[in-house]
Design a protein around this ligand. Structure first.
Ligand code: HEC
Length: 152
């Protein structure tokens, strides 16, 4: 019994101490003209879907849930956001070259059609971020149209 109490106390102490370690979640930056919101190649419904399903990891406008303030879940979140942004940042869309945009549109098409994005672990908690088949085809259609226009 004593040992168990000691272990629990130690765990609680560790949990308290780790709260003081900065999570490293990158801060939000207000949307500006670099955002995909200003891209004439993205239609309203698709943009709304991207905002809802992708922006939390792939933009500078992130909606942080309460557990983003609690370690160790905050570290997991920081990792997703940093990694997600490094691959694709919708807030920096206008800064990508045409070649990068075409590459990213292809990656988006691959990830979304394979059901790999949004991340499954994220959808477990964010049910409203799910995309149904109609929404998937709208996103896929956008990736194809946008690439075609850029390549013209
Ligand atoms: C919970 C966070 C999260 C959400 C939400 C999310 N992503 Fe990602 N995404 C990531 C992470 C992390 C990576 C890098 C690691 C990987 O590929 O799994 C990534 C990678 C990608 C890549 C690059 C894949 C590659 O390997 O080339 C694309 C494209 C992408 N995501 C598109 C999207 C789109 C489109 C959405 C919305 C429909 C979305 N993501 C939603 C976290 C997320």
């Amino acid at each position: 019994m004593k040992a168990i109490k000691f272990i629990i106390a130690a765990l609680v102490l560790i949990l308290i101490v780790v709260q003081f370690i900065p999570s490293g979640i990158p801060g939000n930056i207000p949307e500006d003209e670099k955002s995909i919101a200003n891209d004439s190649l993205v239609a309203g419904p698709v943009l709304a879907q991207l905002r809802k399903s992708c922006f939390d990891c792939h933009s500078n406008q992130v909606n942080l849930p309460w557990y983003s303030k609690v370690a160790p879940s905050s570290w997991l979140l920081a990792g997703h956001i940093k990694e997600g942004r490094s691959y694709l940042n919708f807030s920096e869309w206008a800064a990508y070259s045409d070649r990068e945009k075409i590459g990213l549109l292809g990656d988006i098409r691959d990830e979304v059609s394979a059901g790999k994005m949004p991340l499954k672990s994220y959808l477990l908690i964010h049910r409203d971020a799910r995309i149904d088949t109609a929404e998937i085809s709208a996103i896929l259609k956008w990736t194809e149209n946008a690439s075609a226009v850029i390549m013209e």
